[in-house]
Design a protein around this ligand. Sequence first.
Ligand code: UT7
Length: 340
Amino acid sequence: MALHTVVRGVGHFVPEQVVTNDDLARLMDTSDEWIRERTGIQERRFVQNVTPASELGVHAAKLAIEQAGVSPTAVDYVIAATLSPDYYFPGIGTLLQHKLGLQHVPALDVRAQCSGLVYGLAVADSLIRAGAAKTLLLVCAEVQSIVLDFSTSGRDTAVLFGDGAGALVLAAEEGQSLPGPGNGVRGVIDSLLGSDGSGAELLCVEAPGSGTPGFLSQEVVNSAKWRPRMDGRQVFKHAVTRMGDTAEAILQRNGVGAEDIALLIPHQANLRINEAVRERLGLRPEQVFNNIERYGNTTAATIPICMSEAVEQGRLKQGDLVLTLAFGAGFTWGANLLRW
Ligand code: UT7
């Protein structure tokens, strides 16, 4: 029997501080109405004081490990996904290894921004099926509030993002047959990833970086180059097309119909993007899980936070066919098809 990658545990953690659209409207020229209509966001969570991404990741990871019912010492691989690491380098994978008291196992950082979960899960699945990992911790954590511009000149990005973390414990299991599409196998069935670097500058933090003279020069500090920059309309168009195409392709190549999907868990960048994808795929509203109204866009963390809440709410049960779907900076995009 072949090895499969099963989600054993899932957890999420968001900071306590709730920031509403009205709170932001007191800092910049925006409104609750504009933000809700254009994005679906009503509020988001921000860390207080200096709380690094690894800290949120540790909380989420502990919950996932607890739910999985495994000992932290059983974890034999760490994959972390973040665009907001504690340090420029190293990534947060090693920090998680240390803070969680794990063995000296490999710790890998995936830099795929909003596609962090789908990329991380695809890599994890390859490692597990190849026999390189048996109990893998995948942690997606972001602290983005610290880099946003809360004056009117930053409103096109500042209203979108939030802080939070989600984590999965993935375990190797011998294939277990269940009736239904996707060969009836429990766990990850397939992943489909893509990228197009020609879109890198449409959504990025340009500096500091090795492409900038002086790396952290006064010019960089004075400019807005260290804050996220996005051409929202362009990114929106690419997201709708890529997410729709990717979902159709992965369903088709696995012989899965829209009606077979128990839950589509898309990245939470914009409710309008997710509605457009849902309509294109012909899914009913209850087949899609969204929580952007409460957390905004937590980048790599959106999908695992959704998964964790879907389990809590009884909307995700063992045996359900799940499709994840993401698009983000890079550009990167992808989907995972799995049986929960
Ligand atoms: O997670 C990674 C992937 N990210 C995404 O997928 C995000 C994709 N893009 C989007 O979700 C949308 O493009 C946004 C929500 C970012 C913007 O929505 P939009 O409908 O594309 O608005 P827009 O950028 O075309 O701006 C419309 C107007 C502009 O004013 P004018 O030029 O029409 O006078 C903006 O200046 O809205 C203005 N505006 C705002 N007004 C109030 C931009 N941001 C704000 C704001 N509050 N926060």
